[in-house]
Write a protein that binds this ligand. Sequence first.
Ligand code: IMP
Ligand code: MG
Length: 181
Amino acid sequence: MRLQDNLAKILIPSDRLQARIYELGAQLSQDYGDTRPLLVCVLKGGVMFLSDLSRTLSIPHELDFMAISSYGGKRVESSGVVRILMDLNTNIEQRHVLIVEDIIDTGRTLYYIRETFQARNPASVKICALLNKPERREVEIPLDYVGFDIPNEFVVGYGLDFDELYRNLPYIGVLKPEMYS
Ligand code: IMP
Ligand code: MG
């Protein structure tokens, strides 16, 4: 089986992804300067983005990881009920925290993570999302850095999965609707 055969199209090819990530990295380097931000990857979807983004940064920064699960939703939709499976190793009090996420859909997952972090008295909490589906938003959430606004289609690749597959594709593709309907 070839994963590519299950895609309707490639939405964002690899070179466009990398070019945009380079721009985001330049912006972040300028904005954070010598504040030694902590980049938090939300596993598993954010892992490709975090590792490429980190390598474009010219400033000192730290990395940490967090794993969450959302309950009860269908495989193509998050339920908004979020549980922390693995918490940060870092004490974020007085730290500048940048949450690095693959995609903002309803916004519920990030809303929860942001609230959780804010209760720990960080110096700041900002969000950097590779992809944003504005049409699907259900909760208001400030997106400080966004790679691409995309239409309301289910996408896979570059960390994003369907049923745990497709994360390894180096581009963002649209899954054929018959794959999940
Ligand atoms: P939210 O809580 O609805 O914003 O959902 C965010 C999470 O749902 C993301 O971190 C993804 O894991 C997943 N998700 C949302 N849309 C897609 C998609 O198009 N493809 C793959 N995963 C998605
Ligand atoms: Mg995710």
